[in-house]
Design a protein around this ligand. Sequence first.
Ligand SMILES: [Zn+2]
Length: 329
Amino acid sequence: MLPMETSQYYLGLDVGGTAMKAGIISAEGTLIHSLMQPTNKNAGPNAGLALMEKVIRLCIESAGFKLDSIKAIGAAVPGIIDLKNGMILDAVNLTDWKNVPVRSHLETIFSKPIAFLNDANAAALGEAWLGAGKGAESMAFLTLGTGIGGGLVHQGKIIEGRHGLAGEIGHTRIEMSRPRPCSCGNFGCLEAYAGATSVLKRAYEALAEDFNKISDLHEPAEKKTLSCKDVFDAARNGDPLADRLVEETSSALALGVINILHFFDPEKVVLGGGMIAAGDDFLKRIRWFVKDQAFKECAQGEDICFATLGNDAGILGAAIAARQMLLKN
Ligand SMILES: [Zn+2]
C-alpha cells in the first residue's frame, strides 16, 4: 500500500509503562530494525524523556544508520494526551508523568518533524497498514489489556476527533442498570466488564459466592496469584465458574463490537492486546454473540479477527504516522 520511495526511512517510538521501543521502517513499510529498553515507571518524566532519546539514538546506531537517513519520527504515548501541543497530560501507569512535553522535546533534540499520537491509535494504524486490517478500507481496533483502548482507521488514516478521543471504545457504555464503576470515573463502560482488571475483579466476586468451592480458581485466588490467563485456561478445561466469566466477558466485548459495527460499519474489527492470548475459543464466543445480535449486513465471522503484529504494532503505527505527517506538509 505504501508507494515506492528509495532511501526514505521513518522511526517509530512506542512509550510504554514497562518498555520503551523504537523501530525503523522503510517507505515501503518494512520493519528494518527495532529494539527496546525497560522503562522504570517510578523514575519520573525527565528520566523518561532521556530514555526516549537514548532508545532512538541506539536504534539508529545499531541499525547502522545515520540520523540523516531518518525523515521523521513518530511517538506513540500512553495516557491522556494533549494532541495539539504534543504533551502527555497524565500517563496513568507512569508515576508523576504529568504535562510532559514529548513532541517539543524530541523536536529540539533531533531537529526533525515529530508525529504525536496515542498508543492505541498507533497500534490501530500499524494493524490497518501492515497487519490484520491490511487491504480493508475501514477498520476498528480494540486493544484488550488491563483496560480497553481503541482506534478507528478510515482509508488508511486515523480518525482522531477534535481532541484525539475518537475511538475510545473502552469507555462507551454497555450497562445502564446497576452499572459497574470504571477507571475513568463513569459507570457501565465496556472496560468495566471486559478489561483484564475487570475479569479478575469479577472472578474474585464469583469465587466469594462459590461456597462449595467447586472451581479450580480458588487455589490461585487464595495464593493471590490468580491471573486472567488462569480464568481462560480453567474455562478451557471445563471449570463452570471460569466458563461463566469468559462467557460474560465475550458477551460484553461483543456488545462493544456491535456498537462499533452499527455506528461505524467498518470492513474489519481487529482485536489486539494481551487478552487475545486467550485464543480461538475466546474469538469464537465473541463472533457468536455478534452474529446473534448485529445487523447481518455488518462485518461478521472472519471480519472480526485478532491482530497479527503483536508488540510491533505501536512502533510500526508511529512510524507510519510520521510518514503521513511528512507527506501532508
Ligand atoms: Zn470508562
